[in-house]
Ligand binder design. Structure first.
Ligand SMILES: *Cc1c(COP(=O)(O)O)cnc(C)c1O
Length: 226
């Protein structure tokens, strides 16, 4: 695996304006450093302790995105350094992120995770739940967070039409919310969708942030406890 070669190939393929999150979960800090040396600054991790440990070993100008399920009792661990928490799926989590960001005099961007896939194992707001939360408006009082966009994962299937329809749905929700709740919020600007197996479809459906792991770093090997 030549990390630089992989990054260069993927970046050359992404249209202007589409950001690339290098998903480095399970890989050692040396591999992230290699990507960093190739110019990558945006990394995604899905375990809070793992991300925290790596953040201590790596350069300070990395933009860390947490892309895992948010456990409220771990937010304080990443609050000192995380840039974006993707995958927020409850108002309670937003409140806790806001509280922890305030404690560290910081501002944290959050993406709302929408459940767009057929599988019911994936986390996220249903569109109705998300709309209800936005309609209620309490989020506007949270001064240490910014809602920066939406995040979603498509069904894990070879049916491209299905996957494309799910990504389009996410983009449509983004456009609807932008017009209805965020027209005065330029920071609400991101649709985070697409992984190694489906990022081309996601981009064609209007995603402007892809989260790519294995196509950059190779396969992941998990220990016996996973
Ligand atoms: C692991 C992961 C990815 C990247 O997956 P690959 O298939 O390795 O590209 C993207 N998003 C989330 C939320 C992940 O957990």
């Amino acid at each position: 695996m030549d990390i630089k070669e992989n990054l260069d190939r993927i970046k050359a393929e992404l249209p202007e304006g589409v950001r690339l999150v290098a998903v480095s979960k399970t890989h050692p800090a040396e591999m992230l450093q290699e990507a960093y040396d190739a110019g990558q600054r945006l990394f995604g991790e899905n375990k809070v302790q793992e991300m925290t440990a790596k953040s201590r070993l790596l350069p300070q100008d990395i933009e860390w995105h947490f892309i895992g399920h948010v456990q409220r009792n771990k937010i304080h661990l990443m609050a000192p350094f995380v840039s974006v928490i993707q995958g927020v799926d409850s108002f309670g989590s937003l409140v806790e992120i806001d509280r922890q960001a305030a404690r560290f005099s910081r501002h944290i961007t959050c993406y709302l995770q929408l459940h767009i896939a057929l599988e019911d194992t994936k986390f996220g707001f249903s569109p109705d739940e998300c709309t209800a939360m936005l309609e209620k408006g309490d989020w506007k009082n949270l001064e240490h967070i910014t809602i920066g966009g939406l995040m979603g994962m498509a069904t894990n299937t070879d049916d491209e039409a299905q996957v494309l329809a799910e990504f389009r749905r996410l983009r449509n929700l983004f456009d609807t919310y932008k017009a209805k709740y965020f027209s005065d919020y330029p920071e609400f600007n991101t649709v985070s969708a697409g992984m190694s197996g489906d990022y081309r479809l996601a981009v064609s459906a209007g995603s402007n942030m892809v989260r790519i792991g294995s196509s950059i770093f190779g396969e992941r090997f998990y220990g016996t406890n996973r």
